[in-house]
Design a protein around this ligand. Sequence first.
Ligand SMILES: CC1=C(CCC(=O)O)c2cc3nc(cc4[nH]c(cc5[nH]c(cc1n2)c(C)c5CCC(=O)O)c(CCC(=O)O)c4C)C(CCC(=O)O)=C3C
Ligand SMILES: [Fe+2]
Length: 428
Amino acid sequence: MAATNLGGAGADAPERVQAAAAGHPLRGVKPPAATSAPLAPGAVVPGATEPAQSGPEHVEAPVAYDAILLAGFGGPEGQDDVIPFLRNVTRGRGIPDERLEEVAHHYRHFGGVSPINEHNRELKAALEAELAGRGIDLPVIWGNRNWDPYMNDALREANERGFTKLIAVATSAYSSYSSCRQYREDFADALEDTGLGGVVQIDKVRQFFDHPGFVAPFVEGVREAIAKLEADHESFDPTTDVEVLFATHSIPTTDAAKSGPADRGFGEGGAYAAQHLAVAEVVMREAGAGDVPWKLVYQSRSGPPTQPWLEPDVNDAIAELPAAGRKAVVIVPLGFVSDHMEVMWDLDEEAMETAEEHGLAAVRVPTPGVHPAYVAGLVDLVLERVHGTPAAERPHATDLGPWYDVCRPGCCENVRLGFKPALSGIAP
Ligand SMILES: CC1=C(CCC(=O)O)c2cc3nc(cc4[nH]c(cc5[nH]c(cc1n2)c(C)c5CCC(=O)O)c(CCC(=O)O)c4C)C(CCC(=O)O)=C3C
Ligand SMILES: [Fe+2]
């Protein structure tokens, strides 16, 4: 993959862009017309200051937010959308055309439609229902990184409705460039594109990999999957016959090593792998499956073969199971929040086929989707920011959390692209 850097700041050009808790127009007051010129790399969003720090655990001071910004990935909704969508996703990243064609084929197989936008419509409706049920007056505005409705449109909508303080919930639970920093960069880009820097503040809830609301659906899924295998195959002993594979998106090993705060050592896979391992262990324990063998595996790698990505691949891991005496596999899409294309194709088509080829019974566990615990958990994540809940009172299922409200310096660097302006973090 070419180390292209289209319009981004170089790795040696640290920037500081952070929407502030102070200095924004009050709710209901029409914000000034957008006037700011495009930001130069390294520029500071007008009106930005360092984030407030209310404690050693990096918990932010309370903010009376106007609205929730639901930040999605976006996906195509017809055959004509597929290539433009893929170009959006890979813009500036040097993904070769053959790879785009390969991925286009996955979408074409399903009529050019990814279910991800429909999932986010459902999630938005579920969040609205949960908020209404709790008597909380916080509108939800939805914007995607790569497809309509785009982030820019969401920010324009926020501005038109007089909202100046947004708390973002991205549909991505772990720390890494692709799952955290890239959303934060896209918020900064969208403020620049719309000229709303200094007018609209965007903060982001902490990475929620170990929030009980995100973990609970996987616990339920693993428990049910093992029960199903036991019911279908009476002779099965799950402690020897079944292996649970926790699957997440592979990322370049250089990105993985830089995931999480630069000053916290997480080993080779960085915070990204450490978070998945910690959550998987909790899921197994809470599912009452502490004695069942399990592994963390990766899927959906791209990039040139010469570039190392996290391994093992889910298909390679499945292929090795019969030699270890396993008769069945449970696949847990631990890295994903909904059953989108990466799940539908890479797991439900490819991994399931691999399992069948190797004579293994296989069950794929559902993603959180709109599970009530997950939806309630997302609302709780917003409320802990509204209230400035102390870290000690914040729910977290692993020893790694609760994660930071504002990303630490150097967090989730993409070494190929360098640091670009990003919100909700301390630069670079
Ligand atoms: C960590 C991670 C998540 C999980 C966090 C999160 O959920 O955000 C995620 C999610 C997703 N990834 C998705 C789709 C794609 N990802 C791509 C490319 C890449 N993903 C990467 C990482 C991740 N990706 C990386 C390191 C690349 C290489 C290129 C680069 O450096 O940017 C490509 C380009 C072609 C290719 O290279 O495969 C596509 C089409 C969809 C939408 C599915 C749908 O449409 O239903 C979703 C939810
Ligand atoms: Fe991806």
